[in-house]
Ligand binder design. Structure first.
Ligand code: ADP
Ligand code: MG
Length: 809
């Protein structure tokens, strides 16, 4: 049921199986039947056409001369009665069960469409499908006394894209709406302004039919219409309600009986030796009908071009979909009409490809349903009252709660949450539901309170708002008040995103070492300190599981060329959670490449892991971008090929002389399909292109992350290397006190020289101030340290500035 939607109150009950459209062929009786050209299959379900090669007509040798068409039945010399039984009886009978049905006659003018559909009105025996269908409907209604079935009919003519009501002359037709319009609603398609007539008996229905037929003939004279160019749609609408009051379900259905316009093509064909295959319709709505049929026959197609003309639009819910569909193709049996016969048979075989999914149109009578439910409700309330009195329960109210009752429950829930109320008594289902509801209300209020309390104190940033995050990163991760997570050194380090996606979970081992880096002063500031908060965030990076770390170290490994001379030096033991536990330093520092390996396993393992993760995401996106690019190229090539094919078709059409109707180009099936394909390809191309653009943006973003990460890794490594091997331990100890800055951040040469300067000044100080008493020593000590700290601050600012300059380049 892909192609139609249910209406609000309409339900389709599936028949379960998909069904092919039934296509029959009726051959008009003739004394001049072309036996040698037209042959029927043994089962009467196929027609073979054989065309003699005619040298006089200059027919090209390789032109096709044999065709075979599979059908559901060939009606040759068939009586009107047999035709009805074969073609229409089942569809009409199913219509009374709620299935829509459409029976169409197609063929060239004079081949017997009107004879098949309406029949010869002057002879009862020769009456067609239409009067017989009406008879069957009323007969079946008589046989179903359990149902109240109403029958309505309408008769529509479509001529030159204008709609005519063939029953508008009847006295009881209200003010006519002109012009008539085709309207779609969830229940289907209907013609606004078309009169629909209630008929309670067969005789009424017949007079409507005759009225319509007469109008059809009169109108064709007075309005100078060529009646062979018009389509007539006679519709029987049925609505069946069960006579038992309790059943609120009812079914609706309609049968469309369609007498199509003549399908003949331009008179030019034939004698000029034009290709038989060429399809240039005299009637453009028939060409649109064919396009719709082709689309319906293609399972892959989602869009069916129904709105191209009035005929297909008016029949939108009667072609394919949930209908029983029958086509009668009327053909001549004479040799002279063979080309038209061929094209009619082609239409028939196309129609056979269409599948439908017949389903009952079930509706609900809202009024009856409400009445039934009210009855049911009253009964259940009585039942409950009895139940309560049997269970010795005091009278319980089962009505919906009012505001006061709800407020009481809200207060109960609050007291329960505070702990001042131990239990909430269960009274009835409604009350239980309200209790849960109030839990939700209270919870969401509390959430809001917490959030606004946080907002008053902190600037909160949406974890999913990448723009905001990157803005914060750019700003150095720290906001004006310093509340946000960030680095004290102000570096916009590449893992900046990670802290926003912290997930609760197991803490990694490296946490310990990082935690140990918290300076004693920072620790003293307590847990609420932004600095300690920051460090915890950095630790938590290990828990961002974007993707499993699978990729190799990548280019980081190659950042330091391996030094043969120094590579033999023992690497640091990787298991060194605390500095105190470290083995004594080697007298010569290890080579940087070796130390870097250690660093990555130990102190830098988190950053390294995230670096690798980011890299693998980047690689994955790059791979996807390259795949998308390849797909785009393939589509582009296909577009070029299709364009060429289309141009070829166009030139072919131009060579053979094109046909235009009211400025509308008539094109054949092949070209039509190519146009659709091209459209489809262009959509694909646009979609892929959009995806590539998105991917590129993502790649750029990821690349920046990777770069920042790499930078961070190297920086951390340098700090660690300096701390571990280069800066003398006593200097470090001295620098660390009272400062949150890690000594390794400062270039070694500066520290060393600084240390000397300070040493000098310290001894000088000691000499000058000692006379003031030993108590003053701590004062001066502090002074020296503060000065040292200021020095480092200045150094840091310098470092930051040079770093920012680099990263902005
Ligand atoms: P169409 O509607 O396709 O243009 P008609 O139904 O008007 O063709 O048929 C043209 C003529 O042929 C009419 O006079 C009709 O009575 C006659 N005719 C068509 N089919 C049959 C048939 N099967 N038996 C007898 N007469 C037929
Ligand atoms: Mg006709």
């Amino acid at each position: 049921m892909k192609r139609h939607k249910n209406g609000n109150k309409q339900y389709f009950t599936r028949m379960g199986t998909r069904k092919k459209v039934q296509a029959f062929v009726r051959v008009k009786p003739t004394d001049d039947f072309a036996h040698e050209m037209i042959k029927y299959g043994d089962d009467n379900k196929s027609i073979d056409i054989h065309l003699k090669k005619d040298s006089r007509r200059g027919v090209v040798n390789n032109q096709q001369t044999d065709w075979s068409f599979k059908l559901d039945g060939v009606l040759h010399d068939a009586s009107q009665d047999l035709v009805y039984e074969t073609v229409a009886r089942d569809a009409v009978s199913q219509a009374l069960d709620g299935y829509n049905g459409t029976i169409m006659c197609y063929g060239q003018t004079g081949a017997g469409k009107t004879y098949t559909m309406t029949g010869a009105t002057e002879n009862y025996k020769h009456r067609g499908i239409l009067p017989r269908a009406l008879q069957q409907v009323f007969k079946m209604i008589e046989e179903r006394p359990t149902h109240a079935i109403t029958v309505r009919v309408s008769y529509l003519e479509i001529y030159n894209e204008n709609l005519f009501d063939l029953l508008s002359t009847l006295p009881y037709v209200g003010p006519s709406v002109t012009p008539m319009t085709i309207v779609e609603n969830p229940q289907g398609v209907f013609i606004k302004g078309l009169s629909v007539h209630l008929t309670s008996q067969e005789e009424d229905a017949f007079s409507l039919l005759f009225e319509g037929e007469t109008n059809r003939i009169i109108a064709s004279h007075t309005m100078n219409k060529n009646s062979s160019r018009s389509h007539c749609i006679f519709t029987i609408y049925m609505e069946a309600h069960s006579r038992t009051l309790s059943d609120e379900k009812y079914i609706t259905s309609k049968i469309n009986l369609v007498d199509l316009a003549g399908s003949e093509r331009l008179g030019k064909t034939g004698s000029e030796g034009r290709v038989l295959k060429e399809a240039t319709y005299i009637n453009k709505s028939l060409s649109f009908l064919e396009q719709a049929i082709i689309a319906l026959g293609d399972q892959k197609r989602d869009h069916i071009p129904f709105r191209q003309c009035k005929l297909t639009h008016a029949l939108k819910d009667s072609l394919g979909g949930n209908c029983n569909m029958v086509l009668v193709t009327n053909i001549y049996g004479e040799a002279a009409q063979l080309e038209e016969t061929l094209s009619s048979l082609r239409f028939a075989s196309r129609m056979k490809l269409v599948t439908t999914e017949p389903a009952i149109n079930e509706k609900y009578d809202a009024e009856r349903m409400v009445k039934n439910l009210e009855k049911e409700l009253a009964l259940l309330k009585q039942e409950l009252a009895i139940h309560d009195s049997l269970a010795n329960r005091t009278l319980v109210n089962y009505d919906p709660m009012d505001e006061i009752q709800i407020a009481e429950i809200n207060s109960q829930v609050r007291r329960y949450l505070e702990g001042t109320l131990d239990e909430i008594d269960i009274i009835n289902l409604r009350q239980i539901q309200e209790v849960f509801n109030q839990f939700r209300v209270v919870l969401s209020q509390q959430e809001q309170e917490v959030e606004s309390a946080l907002r008053r104190k902190y600037t909160l940033i949406d974890k999913n708002d990448f723009a905001a995050i990157s803005a914060v990163q750019k700003a150095g991760l720290v906001d004006a008040e310093g509340h946000l997570v960030g680095e004290p050194d102000g570096q916009s380090f590449g893992l900046g995103v990670a802290p926003f996606s912290i997930k609760p979970g197991k803490k990694s081992r490296s946490k310990k070492t990082l935690k140990d880096q918290l300076s004693s002063s920072a620790r003293k500031e307590g847990a609420s300190s932004p600095v300690s908060g920051k460090d915890l965030d950095v630790i938590s990076i290990s828990k961002t599981q974007l993707i499993p770390p699978s990729s190799k170290d990548g280019d980081i490994k190659d950042m330091f060329p391996r030094d043969r001379e120094t590579s033999s030096i023992e690497p640091l033991p990787s298991d060194s959670p605390k500095e105190e536990l470290r083995p004594p330093r080697p007298s010569t520092p290890p080579s940087k490449p070796v130390a870097f390996e250690d660093f990555k396993n130990e102190r830098g393992s988190e950053i390294n892991r995230i670096f690798k993760e980011n890299k693998s995401i980047l690689n994955e996106r790059r791979k996807r971008a390259s795949e998308t690019t390849q797909r785009i190229n393939v589509i582009k090539r296909e577009i070029d090929v299709t364009k060429d094919a289309l141009n070829f078709q166009k030139s072919l059409r131009e060579k053979q002389g094109e046909y235009e109707n009211k400025g509308l180009m008539i094109i054949d099936e092949e070209e039509f399909l190519l146009i659709l394909k091209l459209k489809d390809l262009k959509t694909q191309y646009r979609n892929e292109y959009q995806e590539l653009r998105d991917l590129r943006a993502e790649i750029q973003y990821c690349q920046r992350l990777v770069d920042q990460c790499r930078h961070r890794l190297l920086l951390e490594f340098d700090i660690w290397y300096n701390e571990s091997f280069v800066i003398p331990e006593d200097v470090q100890a001295a620098l660390k006190q009272g400062s949150s800055i890690r000594p390794g951040m400062v270039p070694v040469n500066r520290i060393v020289s600084l240390g000397e300067d300070d040493q000098d000044r310290f001894s000088q100080l000691q000499q000058t101030v000692l006379p003031e008493g030993p108590d003053s020593i701590s004062f001066y000590n502090a002074k020296v340290k503060t000065e040292q700290k200021h020095n480092y601050m200045k150094t840091m600012v310098g470092l930051q500035q040079s770093h920012r300059k680099q990263s902005h380049q």
